[in-house]
Design a protein around this ligand. Structure first.
Ligand code: BGC
Length: 365
């Protein structure tokens, strides 16, 4: 992957936020919403299809509200739907969105094959497409909006190393879905850091189909047993997979002794960090990602070129996709406040019940 950390983002983020609000409700079609499109904004309609509700809570709890806010701020009509982990359903939603007149379609693919088919069909109907968060390999999206996913993996690897220290340590990897290109990049990034450290040994590694948290627990239990319980650290690709590993470690009296990584800065992940059962998570601002998507989508609607931070290589399609890659942030106990101050979570959601005291101790309010 080619990575360019440009400084275009700050300027970019500002652009989408200047037009008066008047987008339609999610799921709403444009009819009856008369007179809602300001001339300074886009006359088109943007469709977004989120992947599921369970591989991470982020899609419904962070992305959807952030996307709604971004589109409303930009004064553009939108329709956000969720494919509920069913690629056929995503195809049907795409068909109906195209039928209802969306001008730009953004998807978080469930796998590259179905994603590429959706994009091909959209293109044949004159609808421009954007890859949101996950790159569709062999796809035809005009733009890719995401975080630097290799860096996400590097932060996870570095975080685990920081929690483990210099000792000899056996590491188990719980990777994300094999059909998610991000999962490949996360694992590559983590390996690039940890493989350099000769005191660490990989004693188990497996991808979790569809990021399924329950299956992750079963897989982790198997890897743990195969390693005869000699596991000192867990590189889990997101907070859900991390939580699954923590449950199994708990059952073996090892929770809190074995550092576990995560991603998404979910309420559960942050609470686990406070409790000491999780070492770190990776924060990726949904507000930034959604605003970047809105910006790109509006440029497409207006037939303009969007500002990008560089390109990413689609190895399968053999092309460079213009991309906006945002910067992820590593979160440990001492900087949980960064997530809260940025609006990524609310202290009141994290600091409930037993976490009240842990929050106070960690200076979170
Ligand atoms: C996203 C992660 C998310 C995972 C599971 C990945 O593609 O980048 O933020 O945790 O999918 O939904």
């Amino acid at each position: 992957m080619k990575r360019k950390h440009s400084v275009a983002m700050a300027a970019l983020m500002g652009l989408a936020l200047t037009v008066s609000a008047c987008g339609s409700d999610d799921g709403g079609d444009s009819a009856g919403d008369g007179g809602s499109s300001p001339s300074s904004s886009a006359d088109g309609k943007i469709g977004v299809i989120l992947p599921d509700t369970e591989s991470s809570v982020r899609w419904e709890s962070a992305d959807r509200p952030a996307l709604e806010a971004a589109f409303e701020d930009a004064g553009v009509e939108y329709d956000i739907q969720n494919a509920e982990n069913d690629a056929e359903r995503m195809t049907q939603i795409a068909d109906s969105m195209i039928g209802s007149g969306v001008t730009v379609l953004a998807i978080v693919n469930l796998d590259s094959e179905s994603g590429a088919a959706i994009q091909e069909k959209a293109a044949s109907q004159g609808v421009a497409t954007i890859d949101y968060d996950r790159l569709t390999l062999g796809g035809s999206a005009e733009y890719y909006v995401s975080f630097d996913n290799t860096v996400v993996g590097e932060l996870q690897g570095q975080g685990l190393a920081d929690c483990l220290g210099d000792k000899q340590a056996n590491i188990v990897y719980l990777n994300g879905s094999p059909t998610d290109n991000n999962a490949t990049l996360f694992a590559e990034g983590a390996h690039s850091v940890l493989d350099e450290m000769s005191n660490y040994k990989v004693v188990g590694e497996q991808a979790v189909p569809e990021w399924d948290n329950e299956e992750a627990a079963t897989i982790f239990q198997q890897l743990y047993t195969a390693a005869k319980g000699k596991v000192d650290g867990v590189l889990a690709a997101n907070d859900g997979l991390g939580g699954a590993a923590i449950n199994i470690l708990e059952g073996n009296g090892q929770a809190g002794k074995v550092p576990v990584t995560g991603q998404d800065a979910t309420v559960e992940g942050l609470q686990n960090i406070l409790a000491g059962t999780q070492c770190m998570t990776v924060y990726k601002s949904a507000t930034q990602e959604a605003a970047a998507l809105a910006e790109v989508a509006i440029a497409l609607v207006n037939g303009e070129e969007a500002e990008t931070t560089g390109t990413v290589e689609d190895v399968e399609g053999g092309r460079d996709v213009p991309a906006i890659l945002l910067e992820p942030q590593s979160i440990m106990k001492d900087n949980i406040n960064d997530v809260i101050e940025d609006g990524g979570q609310k202290a009141e959601d994290i600091c409930t019940g037993e976490f009240q005291k842990l929050c106070a101790d960690a200076g979170i309010s």
